[in-house]
Design a binder for this molecule. Structure first.
Ligand code: NAD
Ligand code: IPM
Ligand code: MN
Length: 346
């Protein structure tokens, strides 16, 4: 078959370091890939003032998938790269599913102590194009003691239904077939009601999937105290952002958490990236764990119809994790990438 056309956005900080290892593993797995690098991020912003030029966005639409490291840098005001580059990509390419598995691999240490891999095995289906991320709101009387800043959460019937449907499909395909809506219906009554009614209505089409509901504060607690409660979770953009960092922590750390910004309708390329950011505190030191990016590469392969290659990459990371038990800090970013690539190559 023809080459996979991949756009690569290494981005800032450790983004460039971990993406190099992701590409190394992709190369080792033997899938024919033709990749094109885009220098979007802090350096380009400082040099030209550009975050995501329209011409680049148009080009990106032509790829089969996108691999992103991370964006954000202390030298750029907060929000510039996050909103105008990363979120703009998610919105423009209609990544309405932000898919974030929370999975404890065998041998990985967790702050939960005695938790076993079967206790922490869930998938968070985070909405990716709406909620408080939509950018609705504004500021009045800025800089005065009477300043009023609002940041509205946008929830459309269309947007909620499509992500809820995706979550039901995902749940129907898993062993436990259980779906939890996470929200804050006791306070955010307008949005919460829309989400609840939508889940209830779509549930009628999925009698094989059991459903329940959990407020986001309680869900945060249960992630830590009873993670086995959860199988598939569906939630809004902001709640999903927060609980997946908790998810990362309970599954062995942010260096292991993969994600996919998925356009299930395939009207534009999906984009895969680690859950973590550019980590300025460790950037350039070879200390970043590339596993999250490599697992994101596995998700990417799965999305483009390379399930066998995806499984091989995930297994190579799993095997590496068993071997590193207790001593992961002893290897550099590049060494971890080399070891996983060697396993993948067989
Ligand atoms: P962060 O995820 O970059 O870092 C949080 C902590 O986790 C840091 O101590 C960091 O050293 C550690 N860490 C992160 N990735 C790691 C890895 N692979 N291996 C080992 N340790 C790792 O979050 P932050 O510090 O809140 O944000 C830094 C910047 O990144 C900000 O500009 C933020 O906006 C941006 N950010 C971008 C993305 C993205 O591009 N998707 C995601 C989150 C944050
Ligand atoms: C993430 C990040 C982003 C988000 C930021 C950088 C916009 O935290 O991918 O989890 O909030 O979605
Ligand atoms: Mn986040």
């Amino acid at each position: 078959s023809s080459n996979i056309r991949l756009a690569v956005i290494p981005g800032d900080g450790i983004g460039t370091e971990v993406v190099a290892e992701g590409l190394k593993v992709l190369d080792a797995v033997g899938v024919k890939v033709e990749s094109t690098h885009y220098d979007l991020g802090a350096a380009r912003y400082h040099a030209t003032g550009e975050t995501l030029p329209d011409s680049v966005l148009a080009e990106l639409r032509g790829f089969d998938a996108i691999l992103l490291g991370a964006v954000g840098d202390p030298s750029v005001p907060p929000g510039v790269l996050e909103r105008d580059l990363l979120l703009r990509l998610r919105f423009e390419l209609d990544h309405y599913v932000n898919l974030r598995p929370v999975k404890l691999f065998p041998g990985v240490e967790t702050p939960l102590g005695k938790a076993r891999p079967e206790d922490v095995d869930m998938v968070v289906v985070r909405e990716g194009t709406e909620g408080p991320y939509a950018g609705a709101g504004g500021v009045l009387r800025k800089g005065t003691p009477h300043e009023i800043a609002t940041q509205d959460s946008v929830n459309t019937a269309y947007g909620v239904e499509r992500v809820v449907r995706y979550a039901f499909e995902k749940a129907a395909g898993r062993e436990r077939r259980h779906l939890t809506l996470v929200h804050k219906t006791n306070v955010l009554t307008f949005a919460g009601d829309l989400w609840s009614r939508t889940v209830k209505r779509v549930a009628e089409e999925y009698p094989q999937v059991t459903t329940d509901y959990c407020h986001v504060d309680a869900a945060s607690m249960f992630f830590v105290s009873q993670p086995q409660r959860f199988d598939v979770i569906v939630t809004d953009n902001l709640f999903g952002d927060i609980i997946t960092d908790i998810g990362a922590a309970i599954a062995g750390g942010i260096g292991l958490s993969a994600s996919g910004n998925v356009n299930p309708d395939r009207t534009a390329p999906s984009m895969f990236e680690p859950v973590h950011g550019s980590a300025p505190d460790i950037a350039g030191q070879g200390k970043a764990d590339p596993s999250a990016t490599i697992l994101s590469v596995a998700m990417l392969l799965d999305h483009i119809g390379q399930a066998e290659a995806a499984a091989r990459v995930e297994q190579a990371v799993a095997d590496d994790l068993v071997e590193r038990a207790g001593a992961w800090a002893a290897r550099t970013t590049r060494e971890i990438g080399d070891d996983i690539a060697a396993r993948v190559a067989g």
